[in-house]
Write a protein that binds this ligand. Structure first.
Ligand code: ATP
Length: 366
């Protein structure tokens, strides 16, 4: 089922005259395609949970509309929306066994929706199988690992076959290895069921790795929507460029002058198609090529060997960042001279943003 948000806004009023309140979700306009896994991504406080709560119906919007398919659900009660919800803290019932937890949503069905015991058991077993916890059905939540508890929570959210599955930071309570494993699981389950799924995370790597589409937000405003690789390769503004990618993109103060891109007095690229202006030059770590005659000079700090790759750590008087990073192949030689390391930069992974607006400045390499 596709989901459409139309001018969706949620304002929380201030508590006093001096407190203007917060617009947690500011005029979201987006069509979320059917059957995809969507990562809703942004830093803490950007409005992700509020957006999810609007979708689930736990919060009412200040203005705007929500459509599930062609149906306007803006005023529909949460239990009538056909959604499955999974929270960071699993929220399982501690006194119920795994199978009782999964059965719970079915036992509360009323009227026409009411199911026989056999039907309920069949659906619960299907959900348990989908998340691969068939062997744990008689255990209580406290007898499970965090990853297993999260699977039970997902099975419970799926048992009614919701039209939309909403996951709020579902991996936050898991350790690093389980996070990796569980995120692959979420991706597999989403593909198997085909249920449109939105998951909220502040972890860009998590969102990038499994989402069909990411929605990047900041201060309640959608910054960019697209396939993870497209957004990474073509960030619309400096915030998106800096938010996506580890190590972070390296940002320098620079200038476009007469078809040259400068960092300080050093012309790092010959370009065309962009007007003279002050800019930020943002270079992905993989876009640096160390070379004795490279146009960009930086202060060498360290080499960090990371197996297959080497990370060159350096700084620049034209960057606020204490440590900038280039990632290069382990076979590439880096020979700093008098504490200075020099680079060429690849234009494909070097983005330019206007210094005032922080919006992307498009250019071509000359
Ligand atoms: P996090 O990643 O930290 O959970 P988030 O992106 O999910 O953050 P929200 O919880 O949606 O962010 O909050 C967005 C903004 O709205 C924040 O500034 C928050 O303080 C504010 N906010 C959220 N809920 C309320 C509320 N009930 N009353 C007042 N302000 C709220």
């Amino acid at each position: 089922m596709k989901v459409v948000l139309e001018n969706l806004t949620k304002k929380f009023p201030g508590r006093s005259k001096k407190d203007p309140g917060v617009t947690a979700v500011n005029n979201f306009n987006i069509e979320i395609p059917d059957g995809k896994l969507i990562g809703l991504l942004g830093p803490s406080g950007c409005g992700k949970s509020t957006a999810l709560n609007l979708l689930s119906g736990l919060l009412a919007p200040t203005s705007g509309k929500i459509y599930f398919g062609d149906e306007d659900v803006t005023d529909v009660q949460p239990e009538k929306r056909g959604i499955g919800l999974v929270f960071q803290n699993y929220a399982l019932y501690p006194h119920l066994t795994v199978i009782e937890n999964i059965l719970f949503p079915l036992e509360n069905l009323k009227g026409d929706e009411k199911l026989s015991r056999d039907e309920m058991m069949k659906k619960a077993m299907e959900a348990a199988k989908l998340v691969q916890i068939e062997s744990l059905l008689s255990r209580k939540p406290k007898e499970l690992s965090g990853g297993q508890q999260q699977r039970v929570a997902i099975a419970r959210a799926l048992v009614k076959m919701p039209r939309l599955l909403l996951l709020d930071e579902p991996l936050s309570n898991l350790d690093a290895r389980l996070r990796l494993q569980t995120r692959e699981e979420i991706s597999r389950i989403q593909k198997e069921t085909g249920i449109t799924t939105i998951f909220v995370t502040h972890d860009q790597e998590e969102a990038m790795s499994i989402s069909d589409l990411i929605i990047v937000t900041k201060d309640g405003v959608i910054q960019q929507v697209g396939k993870p690789q497209d957004v990474y390769d073509n960030p619309t503004n400096l915030f998106v460029a800096e938010f996506l990618g580890t190590p972070q993109i390296n940002t320098f103060e620079g200038e476009i002058r007469d078809n040259k891109l400068y960092i300080g007095d050093e012309a790092v690229l010959n370009i065309k198609g962009a007007e003279n202006q002050k800019v930020y030059v943002a270079v992905r770590p993989e876009a640096f090529i160390p070379a004795e005659n490279g146009p960009l000079s930086c202060k060498f700090k360290a080499l960090e060997v990371m197996g297959r790759d080497i990370s060159v750590v350096f700084s620049s008087e034209f960057s606020d960042r204490k440590a900038l990073r280039a990632i290069i192949g382990a076979d590439v030689k880096v020979e700093p001279k008098d504490g200075v390391v020099r680079f060429f930069v690849r234009s494909q992974k070097t983005e330019v943003f206007n210094r005032d607006t922080k919006e992307r400045v498009y250019y071509e390499e000359a």
